[in-house]
Design a protein around this ligand. Structure first.
Ligand code: XMP
Length: 606
C-alpha cells in the first residue's frame, strides 16, 4: 500500500528523527530525506502530503549551510519550517535573516495572535523551546507574522494562500507545551487521514517478506536484544519456524545469566534457535588487543568466522538469506550525522556484511521502524513484556565496556602551576589519564574524562548534568564528566594508576558481577524501565594504590540513542549500587557515576 507521507528534509542535528517519530506516533508515515540530494520531482508524488524543513546546527550564513531545491515550494504542498527551516524558508523565498549575537536557548513564552490554523486549540500564551542565535528579520512576500516571544518578534509566520507555516521554536521536543498539537494541526492542514500504524506495518510487511524471501530460507544472528529478537519473531511468524534459523552466539561478552535467559525466552515463542558457544574463540582473538576500534573489528570478524564455520558444518548453501535487526536510525545517513559511520563502526555494516547486502542477500524487516515501534511490534507479536522492554545492548557486548591499556603508569597528583600566571591551577575536578570517546559537533572526540569528588551546589542529577556540560565546554581536553560515588581507598585522590591489561576472562567476570548488581537493583527498586539504557563500564585504573580497577555507572535517558541525558534515578539507588559493588569486590578501587549528556559524551565509553 502506498501510504500518505510527510517528508522531513533533514537540515542536520538530531531534530529530523525526533520530528519523524512524533509524526508517526500521530498516525502518519514520516520519512527523512537529505535536502541537498532531494529535488522537487522527488517530492511531487501525490502520496507526499506535506514537507517539513527541520532544524539544524548551522547558520544560514555559513558557507556550507545546507540548501535544497527551492522548486519544492512551487509543488503546491503545505510546508512547515522549524528553527533552521524557519530561517531557510524566509531566505529562500525573498525574506531576510539577521545574524544574531546573544541567541535564545531553552524555555520561552510564546504569544500567538489566534489567526493561524497551526495554532488551533493552542492557548494565546504557551511555553515553547527555542535554540537559535540568528533570527528572521523580514519574511517573504505573502507571509504574515502570527507569533512572537519577548526575545523574538518573528517567532512565527504563515502564508495562508500557500499553506506555508514557519516557526522558530522546536515543536518536536516535549518541552514545547503544545508542540504535539501544532504538529497535529499541520497534519490536518495537509489533509492526512492517518493511515499508518505498527499494526498496518505488520500486515504489509508480511506480504513483502513472503515475496522477497520467495522459497529461500533465512538465518539471523540473535543477540537477545529487542531489535534482533523482534526480527526473529516476525520472520518465524511469517515464514514458519522450519524456514528461519536463529544463531545465538555466546561470545563470552554477554551479561551474567544472559545466555540461558535469551534461550528460554526465544524458545518460548516457538522459534528455532541454536546457541554457538564461542567464548574461548572470541576471547583468544581479543587477547593482547587494547585499541577500541581494533577490538570492535576483531569481534565483527569473529562473528563472521563463526557464521562461516556454521555454514560449513550445517551445509547451508548460498540460497539462504541473512536477516538483520537493523532499525531506521541505523539506515539513514542524516544531514547532521553524516559522519555517524566514522563516529563508530556499526556492526550491521561490517565489510563482509556489506558484500552480502550488495549481493541482495540481506533482509532487514524492521529497517523502517524506530525503536519504540519495534517494541510495539514485539508486543503485537506476543513477545514477553520483559523481553520487549529490555535495555538496548551493543552488538560487541561488554567488549566495548571494558577499557584496556597497553601500558602501566602512575600519575601523582601535584598542584600544577599555570605557565602564564605562575599561580597554582585551581580545577574543580581530577582528570583521568585515560581517554574515552565522545561526539562533539558531529565529530568523534577522544579525550579525557574528569572526576568530581563532590557535587558543586544542590545535590540533584539535573544540577550535576548542567555542571558537567559547563565544565566540558570550558576545558578542551575533557569530553566526559563523572562523580565519585564510592571508594575503597582512604582520603583524597593523591595518585592515579593505569594498569596494562586487555580483555581477559577475569575482567569480563568482574564487569559481569558489577553489572548484575545494577540490573538486580533496578528490578528490585522498580527502576528498570525508568532509564533507557544503563551501561556499566570497567576502567583499567585505580586510585591511591588501592584495588586494580574502577567501575563507571552510565544510566541514560534517550529516545533513539542519538542524543541522551543522564538517567534520573534516586541517590538511594546510586549509593546502594556503589556500596554493593565495592563490598563484593575489593579489587574495585572506586565507583563513578557518568553525568555527561550526549553530546558531548557518547553513551558507551569506547
Ligand atoms: P553511542 O555510544 O554511540 O551509542 O552513544 C549509541 C547506541 O548504540 C549502541 N552501540 C552499538 N551497537 N554495535 C552495536 O550494535 C556497536 O558497535 C555499538 N556501539 C554503540 C549503544 O549501546 C547505544 O545504544
Amino acid at each position: 500500500m502506498n501510504h500518505e507521507k510527510i517528508i522531513i528534509l533533514d537540515f542536520g542535528g538530531q531534530y529530523a528523527h525526533l520530528i519523524a517519530s512524533r509524526i508517526r506516533r500521530l498516525g502518519v508515515l514520516a520519512e527523512i530525506m537529505l535536502p541537498r540530494e532531494t529535488t522537487a520531482t522527488d517530492l511531487a508524488d501525490d502520496s507526499i502530503r506535506g514537507i517539513i524543513l527541520s532544524g539544524g546546527p548551522q547558520s544560514v550564513f555559513a558557507d556550507d549551510s545546507p540548501q535544497t531545491d527551492n522548486e519544492i515550494f512551487a509543488l503546491g504542498k503545505p510546508v512547515l519550517g522549524l528553527c533552521y527551516g524557519h530561517q531557510y524558508f524566509a531566505q529562500a523565498l525573498g525574506g531576510k535573516v539577521a545574524p544574531g549575537t546573544t541567541g535564545e536557548f531553552g524555555r520561552s513564552e510564546f504569544t500567538q495572535d489566534g489567526k493561524c490554523p497551526i495554532f488551533k486549540n493552542v492557548p494565546e500564551k504557551s511555553v515553547v523551546w527555542m535554540n537559535h542565535v540568528d533570527a528572521v528579520e523580514t519574511f517573504a512576500p505573502g507571509f504574515e507574522i502570527c507569533g512572537t516571544t519577548p526575545h523574538c518578534a518573528t517567532a512565527a509566520a504563515w502564508d495562508s494562500s500557500r499553506n506555508f507555516f514557519s516557526l522558530q521554536c522546536h515543536v518536536e521536543v516535549t518541552h514545547t507545551e503544545f508542540g504535539e498539537k501544532m504538529l497535529e494541526n499541520f497534519l490536518d492542514l495537509c489533509g492526512c487521514s492517518r493511515d499508518w500504524s505498527v499494526e498496518k506495518f505488520y500486515q504489509e510487511q508480511e506480504k513483502k517478506l513472503l515475496e522477497k524471501v520467495g522459497d529461500k530460507n533465512v538465518f539471523l544472528f540473535v543477540s537477545g536484544g529487542v531489535d534482533s529478537t523482534v526480527t526473529f519473531a516476525l520472520l518465524t511468524k511469517v515464514l514458519g519456524a522450519d524456514r528461519v534459523r536463529g544463531l545465538f552466539v555466546d561470545t563470552g561478552l554477554l551479561r551474567q545469566g544472559e545466555v540461558s535467559q535469551v534461550e528460554k525466552s526465544i524458545r518460548a515463542i516457538g522459534a528455532d534457535l541454536t546457541t554457538l558457544r564461542e567464548a574461548d574463540y572470541f576471547l583468544k582473538k581479543l587477547a593482547g588487543q587494547t585499541d577500541p576500534e581494533q577490538k570492535r573489528e576483531t569481534i565483527g570478524h569473529a562473528f563472521l568466522d563463526v557464521q562461516q564455520e556454521f555454514f560449513k558444518k550445517n551445509g547451508l548453501d548460498e540460497s539462504w538469506l541473512l536477516a538483520q535487526g537493523t532499525i531506521y536510525p541505523d539506515t539513514i545517513e542524516s544531514g547532521g550525522t553524516k559522519n555517524a559511520a566514522k563516529i563508530k563502526t556499526h556492526h550491521n555494516r561490517a565489510p563482509e556484511v556489506q558484500k552480502l547486502i550488495d549481493a541482495g542477500k540481506v533482509i532487514e524487516p524492521v529497517a523502517e521502524l524506530y525503536k519504540d515501534e519495534v517494541r510495539a511490534l514485539g508486543e503485537l507479536l506476543g513477545l514477553p513484556h520483559e523481553l520487549v522492554w529490555r535495555h538496548p545492548f551493543p552488538g560487541p557486548g561488554l567488549g566495548v565496556r571494558i577499557l584496556c591499556s597497553d601500558e602501566n603508569f602512575d600519575e601523582t597528583l601535584v598542584e600544577k602551576i599555570d605557565a602564564f600566571t605562575m599561580q597554582p591551577k585551581k580545577r574543580p575536578f581530577v582528570q583521568l589519564p585515560i581517554k574515552s570517546v565522545g561526539v562533539q559537533g558531529d565529530f568523534r572526540t577522544y579525550r579525557h574524562p574528569a572526576v568530581l569528588t563532590s557535587i558543586p551546589g544542590e545535590k540533584t542529577i539535573d544540577n550535576l548534568e548542567k555542571f558537567s556540560t559547563k565544565l566540558i565546554n570550558h576545558y578542551d581536553e575533557i569530553n566526559r564528566c563523572t562523580l565519585l560515588l564510592g571508594k575503597n581507598y582512604d582520603g583524597n585522590i593523591s595518585k592515579i594508576s593505569v594498569k596494562k591489561c586487555d580483555l581477559s576472562p577475569e575482567r569480563v567476570a568482574r564487569l559481569q558481577a558489577a553489572d548484575a548488581v545494577v540490573t538486580r537493583l533496578l528490578r528490585e527498586m522498580n527502576a528498570y524501565e525508568k532509564v533507557w539504557q544503563f551501561p556499566v563500564v570497567l576502567l583499567p585504573i585505580f586510585f591511591n594504590s588501592v584495588g586494580s580497577e574502577t567501575i563507571v555507572l552510565r544510566p541514560v535517558d534517550s529516545i533513539d540513542a542519538m542524543s541522551a541525558s543522564v538517567g534520573k534515578l534516586s541517590w538511594e539507588f546510586f549509593d546502594r549500587a556503589a556500596k554493593e559493588i565495592l563490598e563484593n569486590d575489593p579489587e574495585i578501587s572506586a565507583v563513578l557515576l557518568d553525568c555527561t549528556s550526549k553530546p558531548p559524551g557518547t553513551i558507551e565509553w569506547e
